[in-house]
Design a protein around this ligand. Structure first.
Ligand code: PRX
Length: 633
């Protein structure tokens, strides 16, 4: 197993070594895995093109490291512990041995359908054990999974299937979450009807008795395809730099981009970070509440824990079903030791069940984590007091889809914690702050743009099918540095505090949403001429979506119009991108060159009508008063 830091001194030593000789440091970590062939060169470091490669020439299969490697020592230990949406349903467990067999069976089923190395397979699934099984089955045979959060619309799903020309879609019939049982297969059917010609088969998991439309030319039931398969399957030998998966995420411009992660570096870094950030010890029960549709689910529900031989809890449900004690009930039931969730869930639970945690025995907890967005001070203290109870420190972990794993975080029981601070870089991580001109800021007690100066093993390699976009998005803003898109403060002691995105990305309930995507969706409405979308502070979601909309003619029934806009956004993207507020306006503040002044729109949406700066240079300064007087609070 990779190094597990246990003391502050060990952290400082490891950090120093990782900076002085990164290649030796990471080679040491990588050597703890099972490789079919060793690498010849540890790192190719080109942050310009970019061309980043780790463990070059190395051959491996990540599933041999997630599964086979553990059989001798912990074959009968639980690997996945599944808790269903319905609290009355019995928990389901897969031991490492059972999981390996299930993965092999699924892998054989995929092969039977013609899926092989390099093929892309799209997932549109709920949080059930089969999603883990099928993702690992892809990795087993060298196919590339592209998991799409099952809340995105058919239109959005179709775009992503087309972008990477997926040959197969894996879905369920329904998705049980909270009191709803949402049809899933019908969304996939609709997506495929939108011209996804690359799809040759759809593997459908049956979750209940309700019927779904079934097209025998394309569809195949999971139980028919998988159950009879042999439970052994030779793992495909992969190059360290072969693609492991694609995960789409929103950026500031255009459509979502497919972030590409590769086998070797991702494996080394997710295991290393998991073991250190959560201080996982044998027998612990680790629970990350993220859906596998997001990177957190990939790295810390699935790969990081399994690579470490851990017990990972998968949860199908929601924090508030049947009531706002559900998380605490699950922690008590399974004696969860590490709990990892998002600030939006913490805030929602704080609001709906402030004293609810008091009713449960949470004494098993050793570490509690936060991820996805800045956590506000009130939520941080509530989480620490009510859930951590002075025993389990908070790890406020900063990272991104593109970073593959956690980069900045406290180490529990090792480094200190400070409310709202992600704190310190993990070994191998070299953060820096730059000013808008790209000059590195060396002082402490200052704010800047967060960059990384040196690659870590799980940095993205490219964006699928468009390397230039990857270069422009992350490597072109500041030469020789990876730019995160986040603003950040460094305190006097060198701790980092993430302030939030500085680009046109809104973080809604920990989900990244590009303003351009929402605008494009709103503009599909026949009466809309133009729109501009900005974020504003929202008590539960962190940021809410505020849309300014210009219509062709005055709208008589505003309520009806707003509902139509919400429907269009739900159809184009999904319910998570629905604006919270829609202000109908006659114009948008623009510069003389026609650029929308988003800074002004943001301030007005935040209720800050003073301090808008000099508006006299605008093409249409008179519009500002109209916007201010109509602002929705
Ligand atoms: O703005 C940062 C915010 O989430 C963004 C990355 O989003 P995504 O790729 O969806 O990954 C989320 C889960 C890793 C970042 O650019 N973010 C993430 N973690 C934190 C955070 N903001 C503040 N504090 C964090 N701990």
């Amino acid at each position: 197993m990779t190094l597990q830091i246990k003391t502050l001194e060990e952290y400082h030593n490891a950090y120093r070594r990782s900076i002085e000789s990164p290649e030796a440091f990471w080679a040491e970590q990588a050597s703890t895995f099972y490789w079919r062939q060793p690498w010849h060169t540890v790192l190719k470091n080109d942050f310009i093109t970019p061309d980043i490669q780790w463990f070059m020439g190395g051959k491996l299969n990540i599933t041999e490291n997630c599964l086979d490697r553990h059989i001798a020592e912990r074959g009968d230990q639980t690997a996945i512990l599944w808790e269903a949406n319905d609290p009355g349903s019995p928990s389901v467990t897969y031991t490492y041995r059972q999981l390996l067999a299930a993965v092999n069976q699924c892998a054989n089923a995929l092969k039977e359908r013609g899926i092989g190395k390099g093929d892309r397979v799209c997932f549109y699934m709920p949080m059930v054990p089969e999603v883990a099984i099928a993702m690992l089955a892809c990795a087993r045979i060298g196919a590339i999974h592209s998991v799409v959060f099952a809340g995105f619309s058919a239109n959005a799903l179709a775009e992503l299937i087309k972008d990477s020309a997926c040959r197969m879609v894996i879905c369920s019939d329904f998705n049980a979450r909270g009191s709803k049982n949402t049809p899933v297969k019908s969304v996939v059917d609709e997506a495929i009807s939108l011209g996804c010609d690359s799809v040759e088969s759809v593997l459908v998991l049956k979750t209940g008795e309700e019927k779904v439309a079934f097209n025998p030319a394309l569809d195949i039931w999971w139980h028919d395809a998988v159950a009879h398969q042999p439970d052994t399957c030779t793992a495909e030998i992969m190059d360290a730099e072969d693609m492991l998966f694609i995960l789409y995420t929103s950026g500031s411009t255009g459509k979502p981009k497919g972030v590409v992660h590769t086998c070797g570096g991702y494996m080394v870094y997710t295991c290393f970070s998991f073991r250190n950030v959560f201080q996982y010890r044998d027998g612990d029960v680790f629970w990350c509440t993220a859906d596998v549709g997001w990177i957190t689910g990939h790295s810390y529900s699935l790969y990081g824990p399994l690579l470490s031989g851990a017990i990972t809890l998968f949860f199908e449900g929601t924090p508030t079903f049947p009531d706002s004690g559900r998380f605490w009930q699950v922690i008590e039931k399974h004696k969860v030791t590490q709990f990892y969730t998002a600030p939006t869930a913490i805030r929602a639970l704080m609001a709906s069940g402030h004293d609810e945690p008091d009713k449960y025995d949470l004494s098993s907890l050793k570490v509690i984590g936060s991820v996805g967005e800045p956590i506000n001070e009130e939520a941080w203290h509530w989480y620490e007091n009510k859930v951590g109870r002075g025993k389990a420190p908070i790890v406020d972990t900063w990272w991104q889809t593109e970073t593959g794993g956690i980069l900045i975080t406290p180490l529990p029981h090792i480094t200190d914690t400070k409310p709202c601070f992600a704190s310190y870089p993990l070994p191998g991580v070299q953060p820096c702050l730059v000013d808008p001109a790209g000059n590195e800021i060396h002082e402490n007690g200052i704010e800047g743009l967060l960059c990384l100066k040196f690659p870590w093993p799980s940095i993205l390699r490219t964006t699928y099918g468009d390397h230039e976009r990857c270069r422009l998005n992350y490597f072109a803003a500041f030469e020789g540095k990876y730019f995160t898109g986040d603003g950040c403060r460094r305190d006097e002691d060198g701790r980092y505090r993430i302030i939030g995105r500085v680009d046109d990305v809104i973080n809604v309930s920990g989900h990244r949403i590009g303003t351009a995507e929402v605008e494009n969706a709103i503009n599909q409405h026949s009466v809309v001429v133009e729109s501009a979308v900005v974020g504003y502070p929202h008590d539960i979601k962190g940021q809410g979506i505020y849309a300014y909309v210009i219509t062709q003619h005055p709208v008589t029934d505003e309520e009806h119009f707003r509902n139509e806009v919400l429907m269009v956004v739900t159809k184009e993207i999904g319910a998570i991108a629905k604006p919270d507020k829609i202000q109908i306006v006659s114009g948008l503040p623009k510069t003389r060159s026609g650029k929308i002044m988003r800074r002004i729109l943001r301030k007005i949406a935040c209720g800050e009508s003073d301090g808008l700066g000099d508006i006299s240079t605008l093409l249409n300064p008179e519009i500002v008063d109209e916007l201010k007087s109509g602002v929705l609070v």
